[in-house]
Design a protein around this ligand. Structure first.
Ligand code: PEP
Length: 259
């Protein structure tokens, strides 16, 4: 039986999209459409939209997240935003170590670790992303890459510190490409992540850890993915910008008794 701690989570990652007016409209659609969803729902929005979307989502169960943070509390760090600032603006969650941050902005496992510490100290729910590139998969290095990212990113915590952490497995080759990992490929990676976390932080921690899949999740593939025993939700990029698709994804329909 799946741990009750592993309540499914469908999180949208809006990336660098939408004006404030469009953000308000989409947040309203998510808020209005979330009743009856089988799990939790979150939207991770650009920094500029956090406070306006917080107003829209006030009183709704939809969680509000940002897409990154900087680990220092304040100071001369031009262009950066701290965990405390995110909380002040109304965020409850934050994405850390997205592959676009790693690839385009040089976020290392050490940076992920520092950002994670700052997020936890501010009581944000961190969504820590890990995943291999196509080349790494073709060279049979997927598990090694995941292990290195998990060991580096989650280093130096006690299991209790990490109770709010969510991991997102996002194979880089599946992000924004229209190529989705098959349910079996995703399940294999999720199981490896859970086992690695069991080794690092104990069976109890791993049994309650939520692991999301991300990479071209769509209305058409979410049900088959969510039927896999170690998938606890999805991090959705492109299709989280289309209200109708995202609503269908958050109302996923995993076959009864699949888990
Ligand atoms: C993402 O941004 O984390 C993502 C998975 O994007 P997409 O769903 O567009 O592949």
């Amino acid at each position: 039986m799946t741990s009750p701690l592993r309540r499914p989570l469908i999180a949208g990652n809006w990336k660098m999209h939408l004006t404030l007016a469009q953000s308000v409209d989409l947040a309203r659609a998510v808020k209005d459409g979330c009743a009856g969803a089988p799990g939790e729902v979150a939207v991770c929005v650009p920094f500029t939209a956090v406070s306006v979307v917080a107003q829209v989502l006030k009183g709704s169960p939809v969680k509000l997240g940002a897409q990154d943070l900087f680990w220092e509390a304040q100071g001369a760090f031009t262009g950066e935003v701290s965990a405390g600032m995110l909380v002040d603006a109304g965020a409850q969650a934050v994405v850390i170590g997205h592959s676009e941050r790693r690839r385009l902005f040089g976020d290392t496992d050490e940076a992920v670790n520092r950002k994670l510490r700052a997020a936890l100290a501010a009581e944000l729910m961190p969504i820590v992303c890990v995943g291999e590139t196509l080349q790494e998969r073709e060279e049979q290095r997927t598990f090694k890459v995941l292990q290195t990212q998990l060991e580096g990113g989650l280093k130096g915590f006690a299991p209790a510190d990490l109770s709010r952490v969510v991991i997102a497995y996002e194979p880089v080759w599946a992000i924004g490409t229209g190529k989705t990992a098959t349910p079996d490929q995703a399940q294999e990676a999720h199981l490896f992540i859970r086992k690695t976390c069991a080794r690092l932080y104990g069976e109890g921690f791993a049994a309650g850890l939520r692991i999301l899949y991300g990479g071209s999740v769509k209305a058409e593939n979410v049900d088959a993915l969510m039927a896999q025993p170690d998938l606890d939700g999805a991090l959705v990029g492109g299709d989280s910008l289309k209200a109708q698709s995202f609503l269908r994804i958050m109302h996923f329909n995993a076959p009864a008794g699949a888990k």
